[in-house]
Ligand binder design. Structure first.
Ligand code: NDP
Ligand code: GDP
Length: 331
């Protein structure tokens, strides 16, 4: 039985990856940070099968304790301050957790695991391509990050490559394009739109305020993308991979699909709001997943239209359930 340690297990990807590894028979440990309220919604359904250790990417010692407690074969570093917009208001924290946090984990592994037994996955991002230098973007495309988040991810990526080359560690960087699901945080545009369309259709709100509708993203399904993370740690040699669908769509197209899934005309409900515009924008992302397909045998299974429908339906169901429980607690 293999053992994995997942940082960021309470996040979108952490929850899907934990499910996948449990299915494969892994013993799964998760690093969780202390909070005054419980943030385990995404792993509630599997929590009794997980072993949680407390720690924080900004605290070096806690990472040693986590390695000692879990004795992992594989470490998946998914924890991060992951929201681009917040990285402009908290640039130093983003640099510390999303960037330097990677080196803290790599250092902990380097010192703890002298036999180089542990395999390490770093959650890198298409945001590193930023102002894109080629279309589509692949493993050889130069980086040009456009936010403190993107800058921190570039640091984490190169730290991973550097520890592989300096110390012979099995360390890989997965350059993942945007991936979404019903478990995506409500602040990200896909979930904000599917939740907004569902709310409006149920009469719970009237409008949805958004920023730049022209930005284009290569959106995939998180459940597909965690399969690629796992595959990257099962190869003979460590290497870096782009994980994407190869298709791109505008935010406006996303809005059209979500509103039409609930039978509404988006033009009657969507308002543009300066507050959601960014100081520097990433206009176009579209990845070339050719290497992941050839070498890992990985392919996405859920397309953009099915993803949006899946998310709208999940939001409708959740909001209807909330309404029912509000009514029953009132009677
Ligand atoms: P989420 O924002 O859903 O999850 C982030 C996780 O990191 C949460 O579990 C959070 O814990 C944890 N975390 C945040 N700060 C710390 C800290 N200081 N110490 C320990 N844990 C911390 O992100 P996703 O699941 O969507 O993404 C996973 C990773 O993949 C991230 O690194 C993200 O940047 C990267 N990525 C994501 C993409 C996407 O489209 N989803 C695309 C490319 C890369 P808590 O619950 O306590 O807040
Ligand atoms: P990102 O690619 O990691 O920044 O993921 P997001 O989901 O946060 O944003 C994707 C794109 O949607 C970006 O180009 C944003 O500028 C654009 N966008 C437009 N309106 C909004 C909004 O209201 N919220 C968010 N989060 N993004 C928006």
């Amino acid at each position: 039985m293999k053992t994995a340690l997942i940082t960021g297990i309470t996040g979108q990807d952490g929850s899907y990856l934990a499910e996948l590894l449990l299915e494969k028979g892994y013993r799964v440990f998760g690093l969780v940070r202390r909070s005054s309220t419980v943030t385990f919604e995404r792993i509630d359904h599997i929590q009794d099968r997980l072993e949680l250790v407390s720690g924080d990417l900004s605290d070096q010692n806690s990472l040693f304790y986590a390695l000692e407690a879990s004795q992992p074969d594989e470490v998946y570093n998914l924890a991060a301050q992951s929201f681009v917009q917040t990285s402009w208001t908290q640039p130093v924290l983003t640099g510390d957790v999303t960037g330097l946090g990677v080196t803290r984990m790599l250092e902990a592994i380097r010192i703890f695991d002298r036999e180089r037994r542990i395999r390490f996955y770093q959650a890198s991002s298409s945001e590193m391509f930023g102002k894109v230098q080629a279309v589509p973007q692949d493993e050889d495309t130069s980086f040009y990050p456009r936010s403190p988040y993107g800058v921190a991810k570039v640091y984490g990526h190169w730290a991973t490559v550097n520890y592989r080359e300096s110390y012979g560690m099995y360390a890989v960087s997965g350059i993942l394009f945007n991936h979404e699901s019903p478990r995506r945080g409500l602040e990200f545009v896909t979930r904000k739109v599917t939740d907004g369309a569902a709310r409006i259709s149920l009469g719970l709100s009237r409008e949805l305020r958004l920023g730049n509708l022209d930005a284009q993203r290569d959106w995939g399904f998180a459940g597909d993308y965690v399969r690629a993370m796992h595959l990257m740690l099962q190869q003979d040699e460590p290497d870096d991979y782009v994980v994407a669908t190869g298709e791109t769509h505008t935010v406006q197209k996303l809005v059209e699909l979500a509103f039409s899934a609930v039978g509404l005309d988006w033009r009657e409900h969507v308002k543009l709001d300066e507050r959601f515009m960014r100081p520097a924008e990433v206009d176009l992302l579209v990845g070339d997943p050719g290497k992941a397909k050839r070498k890992l045998g990985w392919e996405p299974e859920v397309n953009f239209e099915s993803l949006v429908t899946m998310m709208v339906e999940a939001d409708l169901e959740r909001l209807r359930g909330n309404r029912r429980s509000a009514v029953s607690s009132a009677v």
